[in-house]
Write a protein that binds this ligand. Sequence first.
Ligand SMILES: [Zn+2]
Length: 297
Amino acid sequence: MSTRAPSTGRRTRRRRSSVATRLVGMLLALGLVVTVLVLLVRLISPDGEDDNRSQAPAAQMSVPMTAPPTAVPTAVPTPALPAVDVTGWELRLIDFDHPLGEDFVPASLTDVGDGQQMDSRVAPAFLRLMQDAKAAGFGDAYVCSGYRDYATQHVIYFDNHVDVYMAQGMSEEEANAKARLAVNYPGTSEHQSGLCADVLEYAGQDMEPYIGGSGLMLWLEQHCAEYGFVVRYPDNKTGITGVEYEPWHLRYVGVEAARYIMDHGLCLEEFLEMYDPGLTATPVPTAVPTPIPGGVG
Ligand SMILES: [Zn+2]
């Protein structure tokens, strides 16, 4: 008994102390868990008692998580289209499918030199362009064609082209096909609008595409937009405009549109389509059309 009692007592004390240690450990662990839970609840709950202090960091944390998904552009950013009225007179599309008609005459015409006239609204800008071109070293710059009325266009097209070719033995169809390479069908020429002009380095210069890309033609290409003009029939847009490259043919469209068109290497059709494809769509014919597509300004 005497030898067992102490050992039993030590075992009991050891057992008691190990139970106590475990209890303390469990309490500490429980306390830790409760503390963590309380902290978590405060972090998550927007209604914590210390709202004022926790809102700011919570809001900061939530910004990247709740921000709307990617407003990042995927395409190459391009400057916004200018806020122009694409239904205004400056941007009117004039071609075989969008003719001015036999009766169209500009409201007012102004002399622009070399016996030519243009719409009075664009003549001042054109005169500045000519003045600056001459000052830039092209002193003999020559306006070979400005406003052209319907009757003149009719004479040029039929008398000077179709009739001549037919007299040479071509059929009417063949004569028309050849004529339309050189001149627009009456009523479909931009020249009837008074908004364009053909400019050459000197009177009598050949009007051939090869004169583009150098001399005055290059200067015009680089500077015409500053005056509100575009090269209406660019080199690589014949498939869209239906007209061969004419570096001399300048069309007024307004400075904002001109800058955008020239900066982006567009033709007028492409520019208008960016606003409304309907502007360049071929209208449904109301009468039997004469089968002569396109033409040259
Ligand atoms: Zn022209």
